[in-house]
Design a protein around this ligand. Structure first.
Ligand code: BES
Ligand code: MN
Ligand code: ZN
Length: 532
């Protein structure tokens, strides 16, 4: 819940700022190249004493004590231009941010003309794309979740009651000024293009912030009703249609699996639908003709205790993040709307809590899904696939051209793929390829796992149409997906993203928080929607 930095482009700037930022390339002898702009002489001197070689990922921070145009300068090493990619620049942005925040810098001027002579490894790497990537790296790095820590608590008065404390905490950080990042160029044409790009990056920050805040929210505050209300507020702010199903509504919808999972919880479940339609789609015939519908479906388990098949206590606290799929859907919906993408998007978020209780579902129970299939519960901890099954069925009533579900579905995905990518499984190669490509251009990796129908053998039940889990731990991620596939109608293109390993504690990307929610795949999904 930290402040989002404000990005702006300028052709001149004379106010005092905390720090200048200059990007510095390396020549083929791996020496720093003298950059354009005000700090050429400084870089020359540092090169002579071998203090700064502009190696990619390195930074040099120098304090002037208020004598130079800025109080300080950060030299940002980008390595050799020929080796550069957007992702490498994003990463460099992350390294820059780490240093700037240690030094408590609140305002920066980035002299972007120092980037203008880049010739990257990819022909698409224009100066504009470089600057955008740097802006992304900086803004994505600046997130902190400090809502429940002493610093922000002391800003408000509290009588110590939990609810009052929450009210105070959630408004406490609004007083302090946001950080300011100015992109300075002499080129008026570039400035105009930058305005548009920076607005898109700013929107990215806002959307990813929401996903991270939701995911990090402890489950005593982040209940299904809380998220349904937050979704309503954000839908209104972003011009999205909003609809919510209460448990009673879900019972009328015959969502036996969704209802079953929430049965052991004291807190009520909520099933939320938000919808984006491009504004000009009604006026322009051309657009409405090509208007496609994409449905996004997110797992929103606000806390996954495992239910009666209760989880071991080690790291059970991480299960507050089990609603990250739904949080990712909300972020992607917001971003699609802010970017004014030219497709219709339905966002479905199934919020519930998986708790053990006298009324909870039990192993051996048989539940009936919305589409009439029966499911024998073997393990109440395989709950994500249950709620998604009903949500996917509901999503298909909109006759979408593609359905993507996104979920922290299996621990097995990190056994299979580690923490560097998420898994994709589905029924249409071109859809999977499009997702993979959207991920690639955002530094968010996606790897396909197989989904042969033979895997369904493992889920054959003696008492129902299928069971929700098998008796051994082989192919856990694939089994989750093959279960979901039973609820996909003929001719619906569908893909499933298992983000269990990527939702939180992702430490290999410099621009993601090391601990807590990553916000991964919000940008990928919005990009996928824009390009579909
Ligand atoms: N929410 C978990 C998956 C998970 C595990 C996410 C670890 C993040 C980190 C999911 O509901 C679950 O419990 N899955 C089981 C399935 C099994 C019982 C078939 C699992 O992965 O063990
Ligand atoms: Mn579970
Ligand atoms: Zn779960």
């Amino acid at each position: 819940m930290s402040n989002l930095p404000l990005l702006e482009a300028r052709t001149s700037f004379s106010e005092n700022v905390d720090s200048d930022v200059i990007a510095v390339f390396q020549d083929s002898a791996k020496k720093a190249i003298t950059p354009k702009g005000p700090y050429g002489g400084l870089v020359d001197r540092l090169r002579k004493v071998e203090a700064f070689a502009a190696k990619h990922g390195t930074v040099q921070f120098i304090r002037f004590g208020g004598k130079a145009p800025a109080d300080n300068v950060l030299l940002l090493g980008l390595g050799q231009g020929t080796e550069l990619s957007e992702e490498k620049i994003r990463a460099a942005g992350g390294h820059a941010w780490a240093k700037l925040s240690v030094e408590k810098v609140k305002s920066l001027v980035i002299h972007v003309d120092s980037l203008s002579e880049v010739k990257g490894a990819h022909s698409s790497l224009t100066p504009l794309r470089c600057i955008r990537a740097l802006a992304e790296g900086l803004i994505l790095s600046s997130y902190q979740f400090t809502k429940y820590q002493a610093k922000s608590q002391s800003e408000g008065k509290s009588d110590g009651k939990p609810n009052d404390r929450l009210a105070i905490l959630s408004s406490s950080s609004e007083d302090s000024l946001p950080l300011r990042i100015v992109f300075l160029t002499q080129d008026k044409g570039l400035k105009a293009q930058l305005d548009a790009q920076l607005a898109q990056v700013q929107a990215m920050g806002e959307a990813v912030w929401v996903t991270r805040d939701w995911s990090n929210q402890p489950s005593n505050y982040g209940t299904p009703v809380y998220f349904a209300n937050e979704a309503k507020r954000l839908a209104k702010e972003n011009g999205l249609k909003y609809k919510v199903l209460t448990e009673l509504d879900a019972i009328r919808e015959k969502m036996g699996l969704f209802i079953g999972v929430g049965q052991g919880a004291e807190r009520e479940s909520r099933f939320v639908i938000v919808e984006y339609t491009p504004k000009n789609s009604k006026n322009s015939k051309n657009l409405s003709k090509n208007l496609k519908t994409i449905a996004l479906v997110g797992k929103g388990v606000t806390f996954d205790s495992g239910g009666i098949s209760i989880k071991p206590s080690a790291r059970m606290e991480d299960m507050k993040h089990d609603m990250t799929g739904a949080a990712t859907v909300m972020g992607a919906m917001m971003l699609a709307s802010k970017w004014e993408v030219q497709n219709r998007v339905i966002g479905i978020m199934a919020f519930t809590e998986n708790m053990p209780d006298g009324d909870a579902i039990q192993p051996g129970n048989v539940l009936v899904s919305r589409n009439g299939k029966t499911v024998e519960i073997i393990n109440t901890d395989a709950e994500g696939r249950l709620i998604l099954a009903d949500a996917l069925d509901y999503a298909q009533d909109y006759k979408p051209d593609a359905v993507i579900d996104i979920a922290t579905l299996t621990g097995a995905v990190s056994v299979a793929l580690g923490k560097q990518c998420c898994a994709v499984l589905g029924n249409e190669e071109s859809l999977i390829e499009a997702l993979r490509r959207a991920g690639e251009s955002n530094g968010e990796k996606i790897w396909q796992l197989p989904l042969f129908d033979e895997y369904f053998e493992d889920l054959k039940s003696d008492y129902a149409d299928m069971k929700n889990s098998a008796n051994d731990s082989n192919g856990g991620t694939i089994r989750g997906a093959i279960f979901l596939k039973q609820f996909i109608r003929k001719n619906t293109p569908w893909a499933h993203l298992d983000i269990a390993a990527m939702a939180y504690n992702v430490s290999h990307l410099s621009y993601f928080p090391k601990k807590g929610a990553s916000g991964a795949y919000v940008r990928t999904l919005a990009q996928f929607i824009a390009d579909f």
